[in-house]
Design a protein around this ligand. Structure first.
Ligand code: 4NP
Length: 167
């Protein structure tokens, strides 16, 4: 996997930097990270992408096996990702901190130091006609829930990459 910023603590190359955040950093945001990396690569867009969770329950661990399997089904390997908890410093480090759902958005707004560099947005706000929508948490769901999450994160990744490419 390309450098994610997790090892270096800071995005390495030029281009916009994006941190995708969900609750546990083992289902939605790792899938979104994989989809956004793939979409940026497809567009030839130089971008730094990482993901994190509000909680630290899964820190250091790989994505949920169902998330890995779902992404793999669509040709994207997210098995090397490792979960981490968001840090206040992330708001100074990234251009965009993006929440996968509304409760995560609320938590991020509380955590964000005043005057932070990072712009805060909801992932699905970047998708036409889907503003305000959440990527539903598939953790307690079945395979169909992971398929729905994948479809949503793919739509978000395509829209976000397109927007960043035109900035
Ligand atoms: P995620 O899903 O936020 O999409 O990674 C979850 C994963 C784990 C938990 C909650 C949500 N958890 O409570 O452990």
């Amino acid at each position: 996997m390309a450098s994610s910023g997790k090892e270096t603590g800071r995005p390495a190359a030029a281009g916009p930097s994006v941190l995708l955040v969900c609750l546990g950093n083992i289902c939605r945001s790792p899938m979104a990270e994989g989809a956004l990396r793939a979409e940026a690569r497809r567009l030839g867009l130089s971008i730094e992408v990482d993901s994190a969770g509000i909680g630290d329950w899964h820190a250091g661990g790989p994505p949920d096996p169902r998330a890995i399997a779902t992404a793999a089904k669509y040709g994207i390997d997210i098995g090397d990702q490792r979960a981490r908890q968001i840090r206040r410093e992330d708001f100074a480090r990234y251009d965009h901190v993006i929440a996968l759902d509304a409760s995560v958005m609320t938590a991020l707004a509380r955590l964000r130091p005043a005057g932070s560099r990072a712009g805060l947005s909801l992932f699905m706000d970047h998708v036409a006609d889907r503003a305000g929508q959440c990527v539903a948490d598939p953790y307690h769901g079945d395979d169909a829930a992971f398929e729905t999450s994948w479809s949503d994160v793919l739509a978000g990744a395509r829209a976000l990459a397109g927007r960043l490419a035109s900035e």
